[in-house]
Design a protein around this ligand. Structure first.
Ligand code: ADP
Ligand code: ZN
Length: 210
């Protein structure tokens, strides 16, 4: 099964992707993670991406599509993959349909009013784990691997506003794109915990296979 995870910044795509990877063995491909690794490594792609990411804008489509297309040529995706953060606009969705088969789009729907607090309170670990300060009780290290937690450079109030705007104008139209293809599964999060959201997603995915 090949899945697209759709949702506003801070909707919890990365958290759900980690859980889905564990349960279904799907390979997790996050364009945001790929860009951050490139920035850290000082690569040419990282240099291009940084200015866009810091401004809350989308990295140019050619760069982004090439990265995903290339990643999907690796053997490990043959038994199924999950795209987290891609596609993020209509052009990318149409390109993706040219080089891969997508079975389902899981749309994680959250109340926009929650997003600012979620993202600005987010602390992440290089292992991929993500926490909110309200549940850390002062801890500064990762529960899973013990490494120090840090705040992403783009997780600040100024950038979050721009990212939300980018989401509304460019990414949200993909909900209708996948609906029209009959591939859309929407999960309404409300105040649900990550575990509850995961249970809702699994219920919907398992329902598909019956
Ligand atoms: P979030 O979902 O919390 O915004 P991501 O890690 O998915 O975080 O993305 C961080 C940033 O990386 C985005 O704001 C954007 O600048 C860039 N980015 C990630 N995926 C894409 C994409 N598919 N197309 C263009 N830019 C992207
Ligand atoms: Zn960790």
């Amino acid at each position: 099964m090949n899945i697209v995870l759709l949702g506003a910044p801070g909707a919890g795509k990365g958290t759900q992707a980690a859980l889905l990877e564990e349960k279904y063995g799907l390979v997790h491909i996050s364009t945001g993670d790929i860009f951050r690794a490139n920035i850290k490594g000082g690569t040419p792609i990282g240099k291009v991406a940084k200015s866009y990411i810091d401004a809350g804008k989308l990295v140019p489509d050619e760069v982004t599509c090439d990265i995903v297309k290339d990643r999907l040529t690796r053997d490990d995706v043959k038994s199924g993959f999950m795209l987290d953060g891609f596609p993020r606009n209509l052009f990318q969705a149409e390109e993706l349909d040219k080089f891969a088969r997508i079975d389902v789009c899981v749309n994680i729907s959250v109340d926009f009013s929650l997003i600012m607090d979620r993202i600005c309170g987010r602390r992440v670990c290089s292992c991929g784990a993500s926490y909110h300060i309200s549940s850390l009780g002062g801890r500064t290290t990762c529960e899973k691997c013990g490494k120090p937690l840090y705040q992403r450079a783009d997780d600040n109030p100024e950038t979050v506003g721009a990212r939300l705007e980018t989401y509304k104008t460019q990414t949200a139209p993909l909900i209708d794109y996948y609906k029209a293809q009959g591939k859309l599964l929407t999960v309404e999060c409300g105040n649900a915990t990550p575990a509850e959201v995961f249970a809702m997603i699994c219920g919907k995915l398992d329902g598909l296979n019956k």
